[in-house]
Design a protein around this ligand. Structure first.
Ligand SMILES: NC(=O)c1ccc[n+]([C@@H]2O[C@H](COP(=O)([O-])OP(=O)(O)OC[C@H]3O[C@@H](n4cnc5c(N)ncnc54)[C@H](O)[C@@H]3O)[C@@H](O)[C@H]2O)c1
Length: 371
């Protein structure tokens, strides 16, 4: 397969982690005889510094022409600490999501056995957790009409959804459930909200198209509680924009480090893949940023194009790195492995997996790790 990938690595640790993903995608292309080309453009603070615009037209054009976008992170303290700044890095990402019509945000959350102790939640609670959250991304209360009374004492935000907006993300969630454990949970507040009742009605009507998927419903307040009481009960969660924002951040503590969490944002025509973390400015250039969230986002890119075996190969390699604790300091404080070392191990594993014999004694910083 030929894929032209637009790379917006952005600010802070963005370029460091994205470079590891490019390494991994290149290894996959070589192994499975694909041709992946990468074209870089600016986004975020670096784009403001160089062009005055967090999403320059040249960058947007690349995203519109590319088969997919690999995104790093944006953000710089000089903008965060300046409330008067008129142009901000985040505007670049929001404008991009809007321009590409990315209506579904997909976030997998998994508890890796080796990392069960890293989560603030108890081991027996998070064990076997493997969830994918489908969050509607371009509708609902975040995008509804906003009002503020003239005297500033009353305000409102409109939450509205159409059948079409619900159906397009729900189809993706049902299909994901079909390829997994065949359970879909709709999280809503149908006892109170009219929009939630519409979600239930539309999703229930769609269920007959997916007879192999068991559909159930949970009010969002209960879902928030269940996420920390018994997260392994969930397979695929489908929810609207604001509930998804909150539930997915809550779920992110299960994995043990934000540096493990990948995401995909999908539209009718375009798709963007990014780690959920930000630009972690304190770590820039230190080689301590975990590249796994970015690498798992690259695996989601492969899934998106039906390259399922390739995506699985990447995930297997990541799991092997985690099992062997070849991890950056957020997960292995004393291992001495850098961002680059972790990426190189995963790359080596992909290249050599067929003739695999790992000698962990040979794992050294900056050296080929597999013999
Ligand atoms: N999608 C995005 O690009 C995005 C998302 C969130 C925040 N931001 C921006 O990033 C900047 C920093 O924001 P923040 O500090 O709130 O969030 P952040 O995600 O950059 O960092 C928060 C903390 O998470 C940990 N962390 C993050 N990424 C990590 C990685 N790869 N490996 C190991 N640990 C990691 C670190 O402990 C860090 O202190 C801000 O400018 C913010 O606006 C961007």
């Amino acid at each position: 397969m030929n894929l032209h990938i637009g790379v917006l690595s952005g600010d802070g640790i963005g370029p460091e982690v994205t470079n590891q993903s490019i390494k991994i995608l290149t290894a996959i292309a070589d192994k499975y005889q694909h041709t992946f080309t990468f074209q870089h453009e600016l986004v975020g603070a670096i784009a403001i510094d160089e062009t005055g615009n967090p999403l320059p037209q040249k960058t947007l054009n690349l995203c519109l022409e590319a088969d997919a976008v690999l995104f790093g992170a944006i953000g710089n303290p000089k903008y965060d600490n300046n409330p008067a700044a008129k142009v901000r890095p985040e505007q670049g990402l929001l404008a991009l999501r809007k321009a590409l019509g990315l209506f579904a945000n997909i976030r997998p959350v998994k508890a890796y056995d080796t990392l069960l102790d890293k989560s603030p939640l108890k081991k027996h609670i998070i064990q076997d957790t493997d969830i994918v959250i489908y969050r509607e991304l371009t509708g609902g209360i975040y995008f509804g009409e906003k009002t503020l009374s003239e005297d500033g004492t009353a305000a409102s935000d409109l939450c509205s959804y159409s059948k079409t907006e619900i159906e397009r993300v729900a189809h993706l969630a049902f299909k994901a459930a079909q390829s997994r454990r065949k359970k879909l949970t709709l999280v809503d507040k149908a006892n109170v909200l009219e929009t939630s009742r519409l979600w239930r009605k539309v999703v229930t009507a769609m269920a007959s198209q997916y007879p192999d998927v068991e559909l159930d419903f949970l009010f969002v307040d209960n879902a928030a509680m269940q996420m920390v009481l018994n997260p392994s009960q969930f397979d695929v969660i489908l929810t609207e924009n604001m509930f998804g924002d909150i539930i997915s951040d809550e779920a992110s503590v299960i994995g043990g480090s934000i540096g493990l969490l990948a995401s995909a944002s999908i539209g009718e025509k375009y798709a963007l893949f990014e780690p959920i973390h930000g630009s972690y400015p304190q770590a820039t250039g230190k080689g301590i940023a975990n590249p796994i969230a970015s690498i798992l986002s690259a695996a989601m890119l492969l899934d998106h194009f039906g390259l399922l075996e390739e995506a699985e190969t990447v995930r297997d390699a990541v799991e092997r790195a985690i099992d062997l604790e070849i991890c950056t300091p957020d997960l292995n404080a004393h291992g001495g492995y850098s961002t680059e070392n972790v990426g190189t191990f995963i790359e080596d594993f992909i290249e050599n997996v067929d003739a695999l014999h790992i000698n962990t004694g040979n794992i050294k910083v900056g050296q080929s790790t597999i013999i």
